[in-house]
Write a protein that binds this ligand. Structure first.
Ligand code: ATP
Ligand code: MG
Length: 418
């Protein structure tokens, strides 16, 4: 039997990596809660139609990236490739389209069959936010500002740029699409094979192509600006004005699209130079048509999703774990008293550990290895007198402390020094 390996494109999160990951999610939770967002969790797999209907069969995700399988009952299920469709399904099936707006945050694994590379996996993780039931550009500005605040709180605000575009309303987009088809049809033979397919099915997607040979053609392609209806123009102006008021800097990038039909008006990406080709850390847009695709009433909505792995890679350093206290019982007789002290320290909210075996020297070495702040030595002599020895491992100072006063002593010691 060949040796077992993790599945290609999957990875374990251990130690520093898991700490960074947690920091991203916890920071996002804290910031979105300031904006009044509530966290939802939806299942990791859904009826395949949740994604195939919503993402449309021309999207890369549906045409080649989905993990779809039949379960034992013959149902077609799909491991969720993204969160938005699932949140919209949940909005409809929980009857919440009558209680709008809903402000939703989520975090969890997503699955896409892609070519793995740095910052691109087959099981990856996203944080995401959806604001359901608000049609005003103020909602777009607010959710964008929230994304920026998450990045700021992670300490990477200066390393990402907000790129913003409008996809207009349906009439604007139809006129633009026609112009794009004319433009790219004249240059059809120079397009990548993928983009030739996109030309027939969804020409906007060509603008998002990562193929080098498409890039030059895309650079000169018509932009939507000249096709905007007065209403779409007004929305676009309103969004930019509101972002200015909120102090959110952005760069207009007319190449940014969201390839799916239900996206309109706002499209944006927070990008960095530091991750090579995988430079988009957080991306979103307005999708007023999606809830209706799920069988709900027409519901305006806007949201974003960010890749937790990519965000983790940008963090300068993960917040350090709190240092523990090591409890060291001397010999079998001190075991029970040692445990009592250990649990009392933990009950006081201080991280504490004990070794499972070894002599005093070994245990002391281990305390140093785990970077303990203190070693609490519990010996039979001391037990008889109701005390323990507390050794400060940084200063080397030792103190005799009443057994039931250890937690208080440690808390006082860990208070910030004047
Ligand atoms: P890309 O253009 O990089 O393929 P996308 O447009 O497919 O991204 P979205 O569906 O908008 O990505 O997902 C939002 C974010 O999720 C991305 O900006 C990225 O940070 C992250 N992401 C997407 N796919 C992956 C993946 N396979 N591995 C890791 N992170 C990913
Ligand atoms: Mg992709």
């Amino acid at each position: 039997m060949s040796s077992l390996q993790p599945v290609r494109g999957t990875h374990d999160l251990i130690g520093e990596e898991r700490r960074r990951f947690n920091h991203v999610v916890e920071t996002a939770r804290r910031i979105v809660s300031l904006y009044g967002f509530d966290e939802w969790s939806t299942p990791i797999f859904e009826d395949t139609r949740v994604f195939s209907r919503s993402l449309g069969d021309t999207s890369d995700v549906v045409s080649k990236e989905m993990y779809t399988f039949e379960d034992r009952g013959g149902e077609s299920l799909t491991l969720r490739p993204e969160g938005t469709a699932a949140i919209c399904r949940a909005l409809v099936t929980n009857g919440l389209t009558q209680s709008l707006p809903q402000k939703v945050f989520y975090a969890g694994p997503m699955f896409r069959y892609e070519r793995p590379q740095k910052g691109r996996y087959r099981q990856f993780h996203q944080i995401g936010a959806e604001l359901l039931g608000a049609a005003e550009p103020l909602a777009d500005a607010e959710i964008i500002a929230m994304g920026r605040d998450v990045l700021g709180a992670l300490g990477i605000g200066d390393e990402v740029v907000l790129e913003l575009n409008t996809l207009g309303d349906t009439a604007s987009r139809d006129a633009w699409r026609t112009a794009l088809i004319t433009y790219f049809s004249d240059r059809r033979d120079d397009l990548s094979a993928d983009s030739q397919t996109r030309l027939e099915r969804n020409p906007l997607r060509i603008l998002d192509s990562k193929a080098q040979q498409d890039r030059a053609l895309v650079a000169d392609a018509p932009t939507i600006d000249q096709f905007l209806t007065p209403e779409a123009q007004e929305f676009w102006d309103g969004l930019r004005r509101t972002l200015d008021v909120m102090g959110v800097p952005f760069r207009h990038n007319p190449r940014i699209v969201r390839g799916l039909d239900y996206y309109g008006h706002t499209a944006f990406e927070f990008v960095t130079e530091r991750l090579g080709a995988q430079g988009t850390v957080l991306a979103g847009g307005r999708y007023d048509g999606l809830v209706a695709e799920m069988g709900g009433p027409a519901t305006p909505a806007i949201g974003w999703a960010g890749g937790i792995e990519r965000l983790s890679m940008l963090l300068a350093e993960s917040p350090a774990d709190p240092r523990p206290v090591a409890v060291i019982p001397m010999g079998a007789d001190a075991q029970a008293a040692g445990l009592t002290v250990l649990q009392a320290i933990r009950a006081a909210g201080i991280r504490a550990e004990t070794s499972y075996r070894g002599n005093m020297k070994r245990r002391m070495e281990r305390a140093n290895r785990m970077n303990a702040t203190h070693a609490i030595v519990v010996g039979s002599d001391e037990i008889a007198r109701g005390v323990v020895q507390v050794k400060d491992l940084d200063s080397g100072q030792q103190a005799e402390v009443a057994m039931d006063g250890v937690a208080d002593f440690l808390r006082a010691g860990s208070a910030p020094k004047a």
